[in-house]
Design a protein around this ligand. Structure first.
Ligand SMILES: [Zn+2]
Length: 70
């Protein structure tokens, strides 16, 4: 499983569920990460696939975060 590219939170432990929508492919679930990034994942039998991911809510440029040694 992957991690959030913004804060490193594991994608298999969503912090907050936003909504769920059953689709032909599986359940489309929107979740919000610890950093505020919104993501959509498709839950099918035994697998989870992240289909899209938004940016963190605080609006800081991600390149600055990644490069900063804090
Ligand atoms: Zn995150």
């Amino acid at each position: 499983m992957s991690d959030c590219p913004y804060c490193g939170w594991p994608d298999d432990e969503p912090v907050q569920g936003v909504s769920r929508h059953p689709t032909a492919e599986g359940v489309l679930a929107w979740t919000r990460c610890a950093c505020g990034s919104l993501q959509a994942r498709v839950l099918t039998a035994g697998t989870v696939r992240i289909v899209t991911r938004g940016k963190p809510a605080d609006g800081r440029p991600q390149d600055e975060r990644r490069g900063a040694a804090r």
